[in-house]
Design a binder for this molecule. Structure first.
Ligand code: ADP
Length: 157
């Protein structure tokens, strides 16, 4: 069974990586799909994000990293994947994620969204928090993979 893990990943954090590492034990293949959202102004380009994710998941043989634009369900159909993998941290995630899962099901009733609860040590962690800390010169090495920490340091230096 193939699962798609869609997201902005701007940048990938250890919380995302934890979801991927647990996802590959549940599914035959996990496709990490970087969403290109024209209304967002990302810190890293789509290509940079893909490269960052590829590098930090290189130890996982059943992970593929790709990107897409448009509707997630259309991308899922294209990749013949019936599962969307998402992470849940706090109550506000639940509301947003449930709405998205229901919306996606109205667009394609063949799709199921599977949620993984965040690892408790990463329940506070988001890409925005990482960017906020880095902007003010704080340490982020405990929050993101090493290659991403280097990229962020060079961005803000
Ligand atoms: P999006 O813009 O689609 O929400 P994100 O990159 O912010 O993209 O998140 C992608 C998915 O990963 C979402 O389902 C989000 O809830 C989940 N996620 C983000 N951070 C964590 C974390 N620390 N632990 C578990 N899941 C997370």
């Amino acid at each position: 069974m193939v699962a798609i893990y869609p997201g902005s990943f701007d940048p990938i954090t250890l919380g995302h990586l934890d979801v991927i590492e647990r996802g590959v034990k549940l599914f035959d293949q996990v496709i990490v799909a970087v969403l290109c959202n024209p209304s967002k102004d990302p810190l890293f380009s789509q290509e940079q994000r893909i490269e960052q994710i590829r590098y930090c998941t290189r130890h996982l043989s059943n992970v593929e990293v790709d990107s897409f634009t448009g509707l997630t369900v259309e991308y899922a159909k294209l990749r013949q994947a019936r599962v969307l993998l998402r992470g849940l941290r706090v109550l506000s995630d639940f509301e947003k994620e449930l709405q998205m899962a229901h919306t996606n099901q109205t667009l394609w009733d063949g799709v199921e969204t599977v949620f993984l609860a965040t690892a408790k040590e990463y329940s506070f962690l988001s890409s925005s928090i990482v960017k906020e800390i880095a902007k003010f010169g704080g340490s982020i090495s405990h929050l993101v993979p090493e290659n991403v920490a280097k990229d962020i340091c060079s961005y803000y230096s």
